[in-house]
Design a protein around this ligand. Structure first.
Ligand SMILES: Nc1ncnc2c1ncn2[C@@H]1O[C@H](COP(=O)(O)OP(=O)(O)O)[C@@H](O)[C@H]1O
Ligand SMILES: [Mg+2]
Length: 249
């Protein structure tokens, strides 16, 4: 079996660069599971969070967004990890005219805002339809206030008219509440857990905190499994639906 080695600084989006790889197949299965778990409720805004940084939220969100744009006509991937934004690096684009900037202009222009000035179209032969990225934008001293603002939820309402699916790459939810407030903006949340690194109690606490405030946790993605417990199905990660997740972590 091939060993996966991401190597530092070489972060890649497999569903973009290697659409036929096992890694991409894993993300495809996650997408299918999301669709099955949400048959009764349309998931238009999907959020990805975790307990801590570095658990693979951004990697998961980017891959899900690429696969979504191969199915949905127009998809938006938003970087709402305002303290540690990184989507622009994965797609090799500029962090320019992003979330913080559009929100300032939204106050000025209201509904007359031209959102096309802020979103960047990702051009790649392996993207069938349209994938747009809204980067985090100019650094801010008050990320939590921005994430918790009415302006942001209003903006997402506008985006819902324009895009078929919106995927939020969120901040961690463990120490600061950034990821918790962005989970509230979404119809469903995917919770990413890096295997072996987390204290189970902390992860359980964060998941129940999210559930208690009404966040719809669709499932758990377990990433970075050690070699010895990898098999074909868990080669690159694993997805549990919310019914089994509580039992297994
Ligand atoms: N499934 C995976 N298996 C192994 N390494 C991974 C996996 N997903 C992501 N990584 C690596 O983990 C690191 C953190 O990923 P990232 O998506 O930026 O995390 P986060 O957004 O949670 O901070 C990166 O170096 C990335 O290449
Ligand atoms: Mg990230």
């Amino acid at each position: 079996m091939k060993k996966i080695d991401h190597g530092k600084g070489k972060q890649r989006i497999f569903s973009l660069d290697e659409p036929n790889s096992l890694h991409t197949e894993m993300y495809r299965q996650i997408r299918t599971n999301i669709e099955y778990s949400s048959i009764d409720r349309d998931i238009k805004v999907l959020n990805v969070t975790s307990t801590n940084a570095n658990e693979a939220k951004t990697t998961t969100a980017c891959n899900l967004a690429v696969l979504s744009a191969n199915k949905n006509k127009r998809v938006l991937l938003m970087d709402l990890d305002l303290r540690n934004p990184s989507i622009h690096r994965l797609f090799k684009i500029k962090n320019y005219n992003g979330v913080t900037d559009i929100l300032i202009d939204f106050t000025k222009y209201g509904d007359k805002l031209d959102i096309t000035k802020y979103i960047q179209l990702i051009k790649h032969p392996n993207i069938i339809n349209e994938l747009f990225v809204l980067t985090s934008g100019t650094d801010t001293v008050s990320p939590f206030e921005i994430l918790n603002s009415k302006r942001l939820s209003k903006l997402i309402e506008i985006f819902k008219e324009y895009f078929d699916e919106i995927i939020i790459d969120s901040a961690p939810s463990g120490i600061l509440a950034d990821g918790v407030v962005t989970s509230k903006l979404a119809d469903g949340t995917i919770f990413v857990i890096e295997s072996g690194k987390n204290k189970i109690e902390m992860t359980q606490k964060v998941i129940s905190q999210l559930s208690n405030i009404g966040v719809n946790i669709l499932g758990i993605v377990l990433t970075k499994l050690p070699n010895k417990i990898r098999n074909y199905g868990s080669y690159y990660g694993k997805y549990y639906t919310n019914k089994t997740s509580q039992e297994r972590i």
